[in-house]
Write a protein that binds this ligand. Structure first.
Ligand code: HEC
Length: 152
């Protein structure tokens, strides 16, 4: 009896581990931590992009493509990081609309990520980077306006 309880517990832990290996965080807290950290990476990438777009930093093709790739991989990962139970807690600024309008939220990330991924090869110079980067950067506030709240 006791042994089977321990075994069941072990299997649950293994199950949680397998889920995280496939990419779904094992706990709501882990999901919040990962999504806020991905988004702050998006924030850092955006600062790099803004400096190049405004010619406050020299245009660097690899760096420009990295900005777009950071957006594309964030967009792929983010929709997996809002499991039930992660509506509040930690440093999250996620809005309840993520859970009430999940399809809209996921579509928003899919469209934004596809635009970023689709632009990677084409950004061969500063003008082309600006043309791709501008609308992607506008996407930040339009998504945040609907799906993010300031908690402080
Ligand atoms: C499709 C929706 C969506 C798009 C597009 C988007 N974000 Fe976010 N962002 C979110 C959500 C949702 C959160 C809140 C995550 C949380 O706190 O759990 C967030 C949080 C953030 C945060 C706070 C991270 C932290 O440390 O708590 C930053 C910074 C950020 N986003 C930057 C950006 C920038 C810059 C862009 C555009 C280049 C962008 N985001 C595009 C949905 C989006």
């Amino acid at each position: 009896m006791k042994k089977s309880v321990i075994l069941a517990g072990t299997l649950m832990v293994l199950g949680a581990f397998a889920a995280s290996a496939q990419g779904v965080p094992a706990t709501p807290a882990a999901a919040i931590e990962e999504r806020t950290s991905i988004m702050s990476g998006v924030g850092d990438a955006t600062r790099t992009g803004v400096r190049m777009a405004r010619e406050q930093a020299p245009f660097d093709l690899d760096a420009a493509r990295d900005v777009l790739r950071t957006y594309a991989s964030a967009a792929e990962r983010m929709p997996l990081l809002f499991p039930p139970g992660s509506e509040t807690g930690g440093d999250t600024s996620a809005a309840p609309t993520i859970w009430s309008d999940r399809a809209g939220f996921e579509r928003r990330f899919a469209d934004w990520g596809a635009a970023a991924a689709g632009a990677v090869d084409g950004v061969s110079d500063l003008d082309k980077f600006r043309a791709a980067f501008g609308p992607l950067a506008d996407g930040c506030s339009s998504c945040h306006g609907e799906y993010r709240v300031r908690r402080n």
